[in-house]
Design a protein around this ligand. Structure first.
Ligand code: HEC
Ligand code: HEC
Ligand code: HEC
Length: 104
């Protein structure tokens, strides 16, 4: 019985760690678009020098939860969401580099 409780605790602990695991060392895959899945690498963005609040703020991605905002190219081209940076100034421009995000 003790063993089962211990095992259970480990499982719960792992689940909790996964929940707070940050995109700084993780990748999120967005694969709803028709063009090919987009991998968002927390590592690349952390290495580019961004802090959590640079993206997790009321203007961009308020929630620490994948799927909490609907990402469309219309919004990206308008300079919202990923397009806030992927505009050819802060980072490569979305309009001219589909394949740097949509990898087949
Ligand atoms: C360059 C932008 C950016 C930075 C910097 C960033 N995030 Fe995120 N994060 C995102 C995006 C985009 C999502 C997905 C949001 C959505 O789909 O609504 C996300 C989602 C998350 C999630 C939910 C993951 C899941 O599986 O649902 C967590 C937790 C998170 N971020 C934590 C952090 C923490 C902690 C930091 C700072 C160390 C951080 N993020 C920095 C863009 C960023
Ligand atoms: C706060 C600014 C910011 C936001 C928001 C942001 N990015 Fe980035 N992203 C960068 C920077 C800076 C780089 C480094 C490459 C560069 O300088 O062009 C980068 C790199 C990338 C790369 C690596 C591409 C390659 O060829 O190396 C991908 C893919 C990417 N971003 C996708 C996304 C997606 C998808 C989102 C939205 C969910 C997003 N980014 C939101 C700033 C941002
Ligand atoms: C900065 C990264 C990035 C670049 C560059 C990019 N996209 Fe996207 N795109 C995304 C993300 C993220 C989604 C949302 C996917 C999801 O929700 O699963 C998306 C969704 C889409 C969708 C489905 C939703 C919609 O708005 O119709 C299409 C189609 C699409 N992209 C086409 C393109 C084309 C064409 C280009 C180049 C001209 C491009 N994308 C460049 C990140 C990018």
């Amino acid at each position: 019985m003790k063993k089962i409780i211990l095992l259970f605790s480990i499982v719960v602990l792992c689940a909790a760690t996964a929940a707070i695991a940050v995109p700084a060392n993780r990748s999120l895959t967005f694969d709803k678009g028709a063009l090919g899945a987009v991998e968002f690498s927390g590592k690349i963005h952390a290495e580019a020098g961004f802090k959590c609040g640079d993206c997790h703020n009321p203007n961009l991605f308020p929630k620490y939860k994948q799927g909490s905002v609907e990402i469309t190219m219309e919004k990206i081209y308008a300079g919202e969401l990923c397009g806030f940076c992927h505009n050819g100034e802060t980072a490569f421009e979305a309009k001219t580099s589909c394949n740097r995000c949509h990898v087949k």
